[in-house]
Design a protein around this ligand. Structure first.
Ligand SMILES: Nc1ncnc2c1ncn2[C@@H]1O[C@H](COP(=O)(O)OP(=O)(O)OP(=O)(O)O)[C@@H](O)[C@H]1O
Ligand SMILES: [Mg+2]
Length: 333
C-alpha cells in the first residue's frame, strides 16, 4: 500500500432520536438511529475507495464525519497519520482546504444568487488563499480544466442558466480550487443525465491524475465503481461487510450481501442467468438493529451463531476482508 492518506478507526454515529414532548416526559429510555457502527478503513494516497450500499446504509454520514462536518459519537479519523478528531475548530480550519466534498445535487449546492465564477472562487476567499484578479485568474484556469469553456463567458452565468452537466462541473471546480488532496465525492453522478454520467466519471478520473487526488467515492450503484475505484467497501446498516481491491471483490464476492448486489448489476447478455438468491424481506430499521450480524434476518446462509455475534472483518486473501465467518469459512481460504 502506498503512503496512507486517510484512516478511520471504529467510526460510529448514533443520532439521538427526537421524541415528542409527551414521550419525553413519560419514556425514560433514550433511543438512537445507529447510522454508522464501528467502521474502519484506510485510503492510500492516490487511491479511490468506493463506499457502496443501499439508501440509509450510512455512507453520507461516514463521509461527513471524515470531513468533521459531523462530530462522531465514537471513533477516530486520521489524516496523514494525524488524529484530526482531536483537532480544535481552529486547527481544523487549517486543513479544511485540503479535504473537500462534492455533493450529489449540484443545484442544491450552488447558490442561485451567486454567479458560477463567484461560486467557484468563493473558497479562495473563505480560506484567504487569493483575492481580486489573482482569484479570478485561478477560477478561470480551473473552469477550463473541468471543461467549463469558454470560461470568461460561463463565469458570469447563474446556476439556472447552465446545463446539469455544467453545474456538476462547477461543483467539481469549486471543490478543487483550493488544491485539496482528499475529496469525498458523495454520489457525484446520481443526479446527472445518463449521457453526462460517463463524462463526469471520466473527468473525475482525469482530474485525480492531474491533481494527485485521493477520493472516497460514495455510491449506491456498484456498477459505476468499475470505472473509477481501486478498492471498494460494501456497507450494510452502518457496518462494512466486505472490503477489498475492486477486482478481488468483483470476481470473488464472499459476503452474501455483496453477491446479491453484484448480481443486480445488469449484464448485457440474454443467456446470462442470475446465480444468487436475492435477500428476503425488508432491510431492518437502524433504530432497532438486529442482534448479531445485521444481515442475518435476510441471509439464506444464516446460522444460529449469526443471530448472536457481530462478525468481525476477517482477511480472505490479499487485502480482501469479509464479515461473514460462514461464507469465509466455506471458501476454504
Ligand atoms: N441528522 C440526522 N439525524 C437523525 N438521523 C439521521 C441523520 N442523518 C442521517 N440519519 C439516518 O442515518 C442513517 C444513515 O443515513 P445516511 O444519509 O448516512 O445514509 P446513506 O447511505 O448516505 O443513504 P442515501 O443513499 O439515501 O444517501 C439513515 O437511517 C438516516 O435516516
Ligand atoms: Mg447519502
Amino acid at each position: 500500500m502506498n503512503e496512507e492518506l486517510i484512516r478511520v478507526d471504529r467510526l460510529t454515529m448514533h443520532f439521538p432520536l427526537q421524541k415528542g414532548l409527551l414521550a419525553n416526559l413519560f419514556v425514560r429510555e433514550k433511543r438512537f438511529v445507529h447510522a454508522v457502527n464501528s467502521v474502519s478503513f484506510a485510503i492510500a494516497k492516490g487511491e479511490v475507495l468506493g463506499l457502496v450500499g443501499e439508501s440509509g446504509s450510512g455512507k453520507t454520514t461516514t463521509g461527513r464525519m471524515i470531513l468533521r462536518l459531523l462530530e462522531p459519537t465514537a471513533g477516530e479519523v486520521f489524516y496523514k497519520q494525524d488524529n484530526i478528531t482531536a483537532y480544535s475548530a481552529r486547527d481544523m480550519e487549517c486543513i479544511r482546504e485540503k479535504m473537500q466534498v462534492i455533493f450529489q445535487d449540484p443545484f442544491a449546492s450552488l447558490s442561485p444568487r451567486m454567479s458560477i465564477g463567484d461560486a467557484i472562487s468563493h473558497p479562495l476567499k473563505i480560506h484567504g488563499l487569493a483575492k481580486g484578479a489573482a482569484a479570478r485568474d485561478m477560477t478561470l484556469a480551473i473552469m477550463e480544466k473541468v471543461g467549463l469553456s469558454p470560461a470568461p463567458f460561463l463565469y458570469r452565468k447563474y446556476p439556472h442558466q447552465i446545463s446539469g452537466g455544467q453545474r456538476q462541473r462547477a461543483v467539481i471546480a469549486r471543490a478543487l480550487i483550493t488544491r485539496p488532496d482528499f475529496v469525498v465525492a458523495d454520489e457525484p453522478i446520481a443526479m446527472a443525465d445518463v449521457s453526462v454520467r460517463a463524462m463526469i466519471l471520466d473527468l473525475m478520473a482525469q482530474l485525480k491524475e492531474e491533481f494527485e487526488l485521493t477520493y472516497l467515492f460514495i455510491t449506491h450503484d456498484l456498477a459505476t465503481c468499475k470505472y473509477i475505484c481501486d478498492h471498494i467497501a460494501i456497507m450494510y446498516l452502518g457496518r462494512i461487510v466486505e472490503i477489498g481491491p475492486l477486482r478481488s471483490v468483483f470476481s470473488n464476492p464472499v459476503h452474501p450481501y455483496t453477491a446479491t448486489l453484484l448480481d443486480a448489476v445488469p449484464v448485457p447478455d440474454p443467456r446470462y442467468r442470475r446465480t444468487h438468491r436475492m435477500p428476503r424481506g425488508e432491510i431492518p430499521s437502524p433504530i432497532d438493529l438486529p442482534p448479531g450480524c445485521s444481515f442475518h434476518t435476510r441471509c439464506p446462509f444464516a446460522r444460529e451463531s449469526c443471530r448472536v455475534e457481530v462478525p468481525a472483518l476477517t482477511e480472505v486473501g490479499g487485502a480482501h476482508a469479509v464479515a461473514c465467518p460462514v461464507r469465509a469459512g466455506s471458501r476454504g481460504s
